[in-house]
Design a protein around this ligand. Structure first.
Ligand code: ZN
Length: 292
């Protein structure tokens, strides 16, 4: 599967959004063309047109599941679905629905996602979490209370979660780790999405992560992976948004960075077996462990 530092095995993007109104299948075509073999398709919220009722969430979740089927029918790749209400949706809906109703709808949308997961249509709750931008004190406290509530539920139901959180370095991980301890949520199944390329276990506190593999990330991954005992993978968080083409990262990025990582390891005299083991871990073995 590895020839002269080039990887021919599985390559998974663990966090990608698609939109029927934009590239949709064409994005997957690009991904497959450069060697992509698996994705987590994450429900894409439309922040300009947010659901006001749980029945509207059901339609949106169903559509994500339907998209996953269409991808499976068109391409020979593995598609897993991640469903959940986005924390930014909750924060925006405070303004339209009010505190109480926004939280109520959010928790209903969590329960609904769990229903899809227990029916086998999805593998993980996500992305849930808390706003990544400055909010007022009350909203921040409520966001934390809500996240605690959600993690209690996933711990009880033994479901993994992909977290969308702020980027405050080690403090963010330390905080998530505290929430894991308070709720009994296993750290392994608590996956920080849009994670920085810092794999040192002292930094991640044992929380799993999907690394946003932008420019320069591979160098940082190589620098820190020896100190890592936690599970990690790669993602683009591709938004398939007509106004932000190629954001957050384009669909070819994970295959491209995977080859970059292999080549670098090869140049650094890692053995073939070491490279193969890492590739199989991040792109196949570990995802099977963390997504239920
Ligand atoms: Zn996302």
């Amino acid at each position: 599967m590895l020839e002269d530092g080039f990887w021919y095995g599985p390559i998974m993007d663990q966090h990608i959004h698609l939109d029927r109104r934009n590239l949709y299948l064409k994005a997957i075509e690009e991904f497959v063309k450069v060697g992509g073999t698996a994705i987590n398709l994450v429900h894409k919220p439309d922040f300009n047109n947010l659901p006001r009722k749980i029945s509207e969430y059901r339609i949106l979740y169903q559509d994500t599941v339907e998209m996953a089927n269409e991808i499976r029918n068109s391409f020979d790749i593995d598609v897993s679905v991640i469903l959940g209400p986005h924390p930014v949706s909750w924060e925006k809906q405070i303004k339209t629905l009010g505190d109480v109703n926004s939280t109520k709808l959010h928790l209903e949308a969590v329960e609904l996602a769990l229903e899809f997961i227990s029916d086998g249509h999805a593998v993980c709750l996500g992305e849930v979490g808390r706003p990544h931008y400055q909010v007022n004190k009350k909203t921040w406290e409520n966001a934390n209370q809500l996240l605690l509530e959600i993690m209690k539920i996933t711990a009880k139901e033994k479901v993994s979660i992909q977290l969308h959180v702020e980027d405050n370095g080690k403090e963010t991980y330390a905080d998530i780790s505290k929430l894991c301890e308070m709720t009994g949520m296993p750290k392994e199944k608590t996956i920080r999405h849009f994670a920085p390329p810092d794999l040192n276990s002292e930094f991640t506190c044992g929380i799993s992560s999907t690394i946003s593999v932008g420019k320069g990330s591979i160098e940082r991954i190589i620098d820190t992976m020896k100190e890592s005992e936690s599970i990690w993978g790669m993602e683009t968080d591709f938004l398939d948004d007509v106004k932000r083409p190629g954001a957050v990262l384009g669909p070819k990025t994970v295959p491209k960075r995977t080859q970059h990582l292999c080549k670098k390891m090869w140049e650094l005299d890692y053995s073939d077996n070491q490279i193969i083991e890492l590739m199989e871990n991040i792109h196949s073995r570990w995802p099977k462990v963390i997504y239920s």
